[in-house]
Design a protein around this ligand. Sequence first.
Ligand SMILES: *[C@@H]1O[C@H](CO)[C@@H](O)[C@H](O)[C@H]1NC(C)=O
Ligand SMILES: *[C@@H]1O[C@H](CO)[C@@H](O)[C@H](O)[C@H]1NC(C)=O
Ligand SMILES: *[C@@H]1O[C@H](CO)[C@@H](O)[C@H](O)[C@H]1NC(C)=O
Length: 219
Amino acid sequence: MSMLFVFYLFLLLDVPKSCIAEKDYEFFMLAQQWPKGYCNRVGVPCKSRPNKFTIHGLWPQGRNGQLITNGNDSNHLAYDDIKPVENQLSLNWPSLIGKDFDFWYSEWKKHGTCSEKEFSKLEYFKLALHNYAQNDLMGILKRANIVPNKKQLYNISSVVAAVHQHTQHQPRLVCYLDTQLNVSALYEIGICYGEDGKSYKNCLDPHGTCRGTELIYPK
Ligand SMILES: *[C@@H]1O[C@H](CO)[C@@H](O)[C@H](O)[C@H]1NC(C)=O
Ligand SMILES: *[C@@H]1O[C@H](CO)[C@@H](O)[C@H](O)[C@H]1NC(C)=O
Ligand SMILES: *[C@@H]1O[C@H](CO)[C@@H](O)[C@H](O)[C@H]1NC(C)=O
């Protein structure tokens, strides 16, 4: 079985629970995507590839990191809800493949509604922007001499350690399999927070979907 197949199987089996049934979340993960990695994944056509990590989402997580999604189904995001931060969102939380607002709409529907009692729509998007501003991942990795490169292999533990150096907590890495090099390639890093959405917390699975001991940080 190829690693890619195992990876997709893993995704299929990881069926999310509704956060209504789950009732509560235990912590948040701010997921930042690395556009060059994200766009290199098989079958993802990108309209732009910013040369920085951009926000994928701010995700309330259930017990033991269980993915929980889709809270109040009638609480839709409207354009006016996020108008005060629209410029910042366009810069830092762009959709790489479609319309920005559609991306924010679906992230709110799928994830934001799980913490809607604690964070209103505007508060939720502001929280994501605030946490993003405190974690310039490209700079954090660069300080550890980890820079984008087509072929250079980096120790996965060293990438985790570089982020830990900044937050004092474990991040969670997300990789795809670069089939040509037959090695994990980085496309996302999650940083975890407590229920308050502000204090750092260890993510549960630092190496995440990255297999083996080394990865590339695609250029
Ligand atoms: C769901 O959202 C709608 C629209 O914001 C609101 O009127 C309703 O009270 C919410 N329901 C619950 C159970 O929170
Ligand atoms: C990777 O880094 C970890 C932690 O810094 C270290 O223990 C390990 O020996 C390194 N592995 C390789 C293959 O360099
Ligand atoms: C790819 O890498 C894995 C793990 O390092 C190895 O077991 C496998 O034989 C490699 N596959 C190819 C086609 O080189």
